[in-house]
Design a protein around this ligand. Structure first.
Ligand code: UDP
Length: 236
């Protein structure tokens, strides 16, 4: 399969172009904070609860809140029905999601408590961990949890000999490598960096630069979504 021809990708994008991204805030009535992201064909809901008392008690920390993240993919979200319930992949994504978000959350303000972040992927088309992290940081802000920054996240990758931004399903399946990254824009920090496949040091540098550009656009969309939600209107 030819994934890129004359600089144009299989879905018509240029190398440095993101898929369409739409972010909505406050979409779930029963959650303390929530967000919905449509990212290409990905559809992801995030519900945040807390800070609240943590049970069982032995899990409590006297110095900070525990941030619990749960990534779940609905069985109907992918082509081949996914077996419901946690698996190795969802446990891994839950763990790296917590790692991506924890540096920005002021957990030290809420000792003995828990903040729950539930990520539900209802439609998946590559890049769901990045979509989940992007939505989760917005949902945390919607819950009124004090944070140092939002966390935009997107992947870069390699198809053929080209470095590209935001892999679609075919690029993820048949490309050479996939590099999901989450950023903390205020400090320029990186709170998630994984790599599936191989890249040279120069390619990695190029991929990082692309991701930085992508994250800048996503960061603006996150802020815009929050502004839209909190623009002086009444909300509960
Ligand atoms: N996928 C799938 N079935 C699964 C897991 C993943 O079809 O059980 C697809 C889904 O579209 C997902 C993509 O493979 O988005 C890439 O998965 P990966 O593990 O790389 O995570 P992601 O890119 O979604 O963060």
């Amino acid at each position: 399969m030819e994934l890129i021809k004359d600089g144009i990708r299989i879905d018509g994008r240029k190398k440095d172009e993101l898929r369409d991204i739409k972010i909505e805030v406050g979409v779930l009535k029963r959650a303390d904070g929530s967000a919905y992201v449509e990212w290409g064909m990905n559809k992801v809901y995030v519900a945040v609860y807390g800070p609240r008392e943590l049970f069982p008690r032995f899990l409590r920390r006297s110095d900070k809140a525990v941030l619990q993240c749960k990534y779940n993919m609905a069985s109907f979200s992918v082509d081949d029905r996914k077996r419901p319930g946690p698996d190795r992949r969802s446990v891994e994504i839950s763990k790296v999601t917590r790692g991506a978000l924890e540096p920005v959350v002021l957990t030290e303000n809420f000792p003995e408590s828990v903040i729950n972040v539930n990520i539900e992927v209802v439609q998946a088309e590559a890049g769901t961990r990045c979509a989940g992290i992007t939505a989760a940081s917005v949902a945390l802000a919607d819950a009124g949890i004090p944070m140092k920054d939002l966390v935009p996240s997107c992947a870069a990758g390699k198809v053929g000999s080209e470095i590209i931004l935001d892999l679609c399903k075919e690029e993820d399946n048949f490309g050479e490598s996939d590099l999901p990254i989450a950023m903390i824009p205020r400090t320029g920090g990186i709170s998630l960096l994984q790599m599936d496949g191989l890249m040279t040091a120069e390619e990695l540098e190029e991929a990082l630069n692309l991701v930085k550009k992508g994250c800048k656009i996503i960061y603006e969309k996150q802020k815009e979504a929050l502004r839209k939600r909190y623009k002086g209107d009444d909300h509960d």
